[in-house]
Design a protein around this ligand. Sequence first.
Ligand SMILES: NC(=O)c1ccc[n+]([C@@H]2O[C@H](COP(=O)([O-])OP(=O)(O)OC[C@H]3O[C@@H](n4cnc5c(N)ncnc54)[C@H](OP(=O)(O)O)[C@@H]3O)[C@@H](O)[C@H]2O)c1
Length: 266
Amino acid sequence: MDVMELFFVWLGAAVVVFYVIKIVSFVKMFYSGVLFLQPASFFTSMGEWAGQTTGQKVKVIVADFTEDDEYEQIQEELKGLNIGVLVNNVGILPSHIPSKFLQIRNLTQRITEVINCNVKALVKMSQIVLPGMEKRGKGVIVNISSGVACVPSPMYTMYCASKVFVERFSQGLQAEYKEKGIVIQTVAPFGVSTPMTGYLKPNLVTMTAEDFVRTSLKYLKAGDKTYGSICHTIMGWILQSVPLQIIHSERMQDCLREYVNKRVGS
Ligand SMILES: NC(=O)c1ccc[n+]([C@@H]2O[C@H](COP(=O)([O-])OP(=O)(O)OC[C@H]3O[C@@H](n4cnc5c(N)ncnc54)[C@H](OP(=O)(O)O)[C@@H]3O)[C@@H](O)[C@H]2O)c1
C-alpha cells in the first residue's frame, strides 16, 4: 500500500468513526430516561435555595445585567448561601429584527448591553458561585446558548458570536471542574415560545418554555453540550449540513429579515 492509499484508508476510517459516534449519541437521546437517570432528589440535594415552584427557600435579587457594576451587590446578597444550581439564562438580541451589524439601532449602546448580558454575566456569576460548589464538591451550572451558534449566522452576528463564547467558556469550565463533582452544561435551543421570539405559536420545532425545560433537563448528564431536545438536535445537524454559501448569501439574509419582520408585524 502506498502512502496515498494509506492516507485515504485512515481518512475513511476516521469519517466512519465520527459518524458512528454521532449516531450513537443521537440514539442515546431516545433512552435518556434510562441512560441519564437522575434520582428525584437530584436537584434538591444540591442545596436548599431554588425557584418559587419547588417549595425550597427563595431569595429574589434584582439586577440589570446590561449594567457593568451589579456584581458586588449580588455577591453580597449571596454571601453564606449554598448555591447548588446556577442557570445562566439571561440573554438578549441586539435587535428583534435580524439586522446587519451597522444597521443595529443605537449600536454603541447595544454592543455594551449585549456583551454585558450575554457574555459578562455568565463569567461573573460563575466567578461568584463556583467557589462554593468547589468547596462542597457538588453543583450544577447550566449555560443557555443558542442553536444558531452552531454556524456563523449573518444578521444575528453579534448574538451568535456571544453564544459561541457561552459554549466555549462552558465546555472549558466543565473540563476543569468535572473531577470536583460539578456538572456544567451548555443548552442550545432553537425555537422556544417566549417574549424573545414574540411568543411564537408552539409547533414541531418551537416548544413552550415549560416543555423545553422539562425535556432538556433529561439530558443534563449527557455531556457538556446539548440542544435540549431530539427535534432541536436534528435542526442543528441540518443547519450544519447546509453549505455556508447558501446561509451567507444576500438572498437568504433578505429572506430572513422579511420573514421575521412579517412575523413580528403580524
Ligand atoms: N426563545 C428562543 O427561541 C431562544 C432560542 C435560543 C436561545 N435562547 C436563549 O434562551 C435564554 C432565555 O431567553 P428567552 O427566550 O426566555 O428570552 P426572554 O423571553 O427575552 O427572557 C430573557 C430572560 O433574561 C432576563 N433579562 C433580560 N434582560 C435582562 C437584564 N438586562 N437584566 C437581567 N435580566 C434580564 C429576563 O428577565 P425578566 O423576565 O425579569 O425580564 C428573562 O428571564 C437567552 O439566553 C436566549 O438567548 C432563546
